[in-house]
Write a protein that binds this ligand. Sequence first.
Ligand code: B16
Ligand code: MG
Length: 217
Amino acid sequence: MAYGACIFDLDGVITDTAHYHFLAWKRLAESVGVPFDEEDNHQLKGVGRMESLAYILAKSDRTFDEAARARLAEQKNDDYKNLIREISPADLLPGILDAFDWLTERGMKIGLASASKNARPVIESLGVADRFHYVADAAQIPRGKPAPDIFLDVATAFGLSPEDCIGVEDAAAGVTAIKSAGMIAIGIGDPVILAHADLILPDTADLVGKGFAPLIG
Ligand code: B16
Ligand code: MG
């Protein structure tokens, strides 16, 4: 099978901003009296900002009107932006640069399908913005993950059919999005949470050796 593109998730795949999202959501949840743990965090990985907030507020006895929700979302985002201020190329996860080199050497396109509206500044701080042939703009994508829209947007930008693309994700919602798009999914992380991926690797260091090499050759 000749694949034409590899489409990466950002948080939890290229870099561990997933942890900063966790810290910011935990602070926000606790400020409204809702406990928040790693299990909640798994539910929110890859899920957009307002949907994540709705998940947290659904656990509160209080009601929050639209203005209050907007304020809380802004508070979380300000907190998150403070946490990611120090990001540098040292924060790239292991094997990511090798993965980009490997794909580029084979003439494959590299895309980014992140639900984060902060994706652009993050890849710039990581020093890899110019490695991507296309970066989806989460603000322009109608439905968030687990809908396939963002992965299909990248495939369309490349002029490729979904079956010619591979997606890489750390989140259950993201793997579902890749599979619903009709692409091959590589999951990074927990084999139980990501059981619906075609191939699951414990971490990104194995992407080339145990992911791309056997799949793409
Ligand atoms: P923002 P990904 C997702 O990014 C995160 O996994 C998720 O936790 C976050 O809520 C979402 O982006 C929105 O991020 O608030 O910065 O727009 O994993 O799809 O790269
Ligand atoms: Mg992710």
